[in-house]
Each structure stands twice: as C-alpha cells, then as structure tokens.
Design a protein around this ligand. Structure first.
Ligand code: UD1
Ligand code: PEP
Length: 421
C-alpha cells in the first residue's frame, strides 16, 4: 500500500505549473465516445482517474494512448458493452458513461459510481433528466439500466432541483443527439461545464448558454471531432498550491491558471491578508505576515468551491481568532478534522460547522486521507508541521492531483511515496 511520507516544516519556493482540470477531463473522456472520429485531448493531467477511465474505454474496445500531456482516444471500433462493476466503482465520474452511452447507443447498463465518500451523493437529478428525454430507467439494486424509446430520445425542458454539476453534464451528453431542443433550467455554471460544451460544439453539437443557469441544446444527428481540445487548468489544484504557498512559501509562482475561475477563493485569501500579484495566467504569492481569520461558506460556482474548503483549512490554522467553515454542498465533508487533531490542530465539528482556532504548533502524525480534498488538506498540513507525517490511503490524493510529488519536490518539499504495509 502506497503512503506519502512528508518531512515537514521546510519553507518552499519556486514555481508550479497547474495541470488540466480533473473535473473537466473526467467528463471529456467519456464524452469522447459520442464522436465518430478519433479524439485528441491536450493538457491532460497525470491522475489515477484518467488511467481508470482509459481502462473503462478499453472494456468497450475504445483504444486510447496517453503520451506527454496528450490523450488520443479512438472510438471508431466501439462495441456496446455493459459496465456493471470493476473500474466503474473506482471513481465518481464513471457515471458520465450513462449519458454518453445513452447518447451513442440509446442503451446503457452501468453500476453505481464510486468516488469520494463525502456524505450522500444521490443521482436522482440525472435519472429525472434521462426520463424527461424519454428514456426508461431501471435500478436493479445499484445496477442502472437505461433505455431510449424505439424512436430515440427527444428534447425536453428540464428543471433541476439543485444546480448539480454531474446531472447537468449527464443530461447534456444524452441530449446532444436527441431529436429537438432540450432546455436545462437551474443548470450548474461551473467552468468545467463550459469546457465540455466547447468540446462538444467543436464536434458539431449545438449547445448554447453553458456557464449560465439556462442551457439550450438543439439535437444533431451525430458528432465528429476534427481538432484537438485543450483542457482548462484545474482551479482546485491551483487553489491547493495557493493555500500552501501562503502558509509555507518564500515566494511561489503558480502558473497556468484562469484567475477568474478562482475569484471567490482569491477574495478569501485577500481578506486573510495574503499578498499576491495576480497576472494574466499566473499568480505570485509573497511570504505571508500575520494572517486574519475568516469565515467560509461554500457554494455553487461562482461561490467558493466545496473542493477548496479543506485545502484552505491548514492556512486558516495559522490565523488568529475563531473561524468557521460551512459547506453548504457537502455538510458532512469533515473526515479530515479528526486527522488534523492528531497533528495538534485546534479544530472541531459542531452541527456540521467546522470551527477553527489558531494552531501554531502542528506536528507530524500518522493520518488517513479518506478522500481527495481531505487528503490534500493533510498534505498541506504535513508540509507545515514539524517532524514526519505519514498519509495512508494516498491513492485518494493521486486520483486527482497531477504529478503531485514531483511538483512539491520542485518547490523544495521533502516528500516521497513509499510502499509501506
Ligand atoms: C467529477 C466531478 O466533477 N466532481 C465534482 C462534482 O461532483 P457531483 O457532480 O457529484 O456534484 P453535484 O454538483 O452533482 O452535487 C451537488 C449537490 O447536489 C446533490 N445532488 C446531486 C445530484 C443529484 O442527482 N441529486 C442530488 O441531491 C449532491 O448530493 C450535492 O449535495 O461537483 C461537486 C460540487 O461542486 C464537486 O465537489 C465534485 O468535485
Ligand atoms: C469530490 C471530488 O471528486 P469526485 O466527484 O470525483 O469524487 C473532488 O474532486 O473534490
């Protein structure tokens, strides 16, 4: 079992280049099966989720080749295949094969996805969307079978109960080749949705309004990719390094960012007193002086992302006063809290609110990364702490952080992956 060993307490400096967005990539790869021609993705992050999706593609006789940052996917010999278990369970985004297979074959049999254990993650909005398009959905005890009617899917007006990223993407994937117009109201507005729409539109889809709460899709016969698509930078990876830079940096340049995607997060860092120079596609973080405690409430985009509340937490531990984090998207996303306590943090959970006090003396400990961002939080805390931190279940970090050990080492961190029992 791989674990991450961190000899903490070292000041860091230099630059880090952010990879392509995990949450775009994991939608773009399943979406590739809608194309009748080979697909090329550029800026693909080296993360376990990508390797697992490639393995799922292989089960459908879709060949893929990942060299450098380029992923080539050839769906021309695709075979309609049921995907009941195996790698499907290794990540959340495998549920995008529901919409993509439905769009391509009018039929999908997919096991319920895996992904982070961060509280309840139902897929009722995805199912309601498929049904509105005319599909028949049967849940065979966690094995989801979806069938389009004989005449194919038809456009529909769909109002989401909540602005779900996954449901918005899955409905787009199914609707791009449905007959007629689909309108998704209360759609998610995350940048990854715009990235997906750009990619599909370049294949011949007609999707308008991505990035707003009303998305209109006019169905087309079929899609075919003709150009490579460059994936947007990962705003969550960027936020994680910004938090680390503010906590331990002697001057760190974070490159390849779309700074607008980080507006809410940057505003929070500024409120804390972090000094930054925000360029066109980079952010330089100066060494921090005394920081001010802040109150944090996560929200859907453009609000502060739930995926950034945990990476921000170690930085908040350096500030004076009492801070609170309310995660309105995943209120139970608190599994990192007892692990931080093992490291000497003054932090606890009260009625789903995370309460934080100044904790200047973090020390290394054996901790568990129960999920990706909780893991990222412990990684940042481990780099700040004195002594050694050993993080187990590190695969949860590696499934979403591009070449993280290499990037941290380049900043001067003393970190390695070890095969430990
Ligand atoms: C692969 C990917 O892109 N993952 C991201 C995606 O997850 P994911 O797409 O799973 O998250 P959603 O936006 O769908 O979930 C938002 C909220 O809606 C609820 N909900 C969602 C769907 C549904 O059918 N019913 C329902 O009740 C969820 O439980 C959650 O409370 O968006 C989350 C919220 O920004 C991020 O934390 C994840 O990193
Ligand atoms: C929750 C996350 O991922 P997933 O939806 O893939 O589990 C995340 O990236 O923070």
């Amino acid at each position: 079992m791989e674990k991450m060993l961190i000899h903490g307490g070292k000041r860091l400096a230099g630059e880090v280049v952010i990879g392509g967005a995990k949450n775009s990539t994991v939608a773009l790869i399943p979406a590739a099966i809608l194309s009748r021609t080979p697909v090329v993705l550029d800026g693909v992050p080296h993360i376990q989720d990508v390797y697992n999706l490639m393995s799922i593609l292989g089960e459908m006789n879709v060949k893929s080749d990942f060299t450098g940052n380029i992923l080539k996917i050839d769906p021309t010999a695709i075979v309609k295949t049921d995907l009941p278990d195996g790698k499907i369970k290794s990540l959340r985004a495998s549920y995008y094969f529901m919409g993509a297979m439905l769009g391509r074959f009018g039929h999908a049999v997919i096991g319920m996805p895996g992904g982070d254990d961060i509280g309840p993650r139902p897929i009722d909005q995805h199912v309601n969307g498929f049904e509105a398009l005319g599909a028949h959905v049967i849940d065979h005890n966690g094995l989801i079978e979806i069938n389009a009617p004989k005449e194919g899917l038809h456009g529909a007006r769909i109002f989401l109960d909540m602005a779900s990223v996954g449901a918005t993407i899955n409905i787009i994937l199914a609707a791009v080749t449905a007959k007629g117009q689909t309108v998704i109201e209360n759609a998610a507005k995350e940048p990854e949705i715009i990235d997906l729409a750009t990619y599909l539109n370049n294949m011949g889809a007609t999707i308008r309004g991505a990035g707003t709460e009303t998305i209109r899709i006019s169905g087309v016969e079929q899609l075919a990719a003709h150009n490579a698509h460059t994936i947007i930078p990962d705003r969550i990876e960027a936020g994680t390094y910004l938090s680390l830079a503010a906590a331990m940096g002697e001057g760190i340049m974070v490159r390849n960012v779309i700074t607008e995607h980080l507006d809410a997060f940057l505003a929070k860092l500024e409120e804390m007193g972090v000094t930054m120079e925000v360029g066109e596609d980079s952010i330089f973080v100066y060494p921090s002086g005394e920081l001010k405690m802040v109150q944090v409430k996560t929200n859907t985009y453009p609000g502060l992302a739930t995926d950034l509340q945990q990476p921000l937490t170690p930085l908040m531990l350096t500030a004076h006063g009492e801070g609170r984090i309310i995660d309105t998207i995943y209120p139970k996303r608190t599994r990192h809290v007892p692990e931080l306590v093992k490291m000497g943090a003054d932090i606890h959970v009260e009625n789903d609110q995370i309460i934080i006090h100044h904790s200047p003396d973090l020390h290394g400990a054996d901790v568990v990364a129960e999920e990706i961002r909780g893991g990222a939080c412990l990684m940042v805390a481990g780099l700040m702490a004195s002594g050694d931190t050993v993080i187990s279940k590190v695969d949860n970090i590696l499934r979403g952080y591009d070449r993280v050990v290499m990037k941290l080492k380049a900043l001067g961190a003393d970190v390695e992956l070890l095969d430990l029992p």
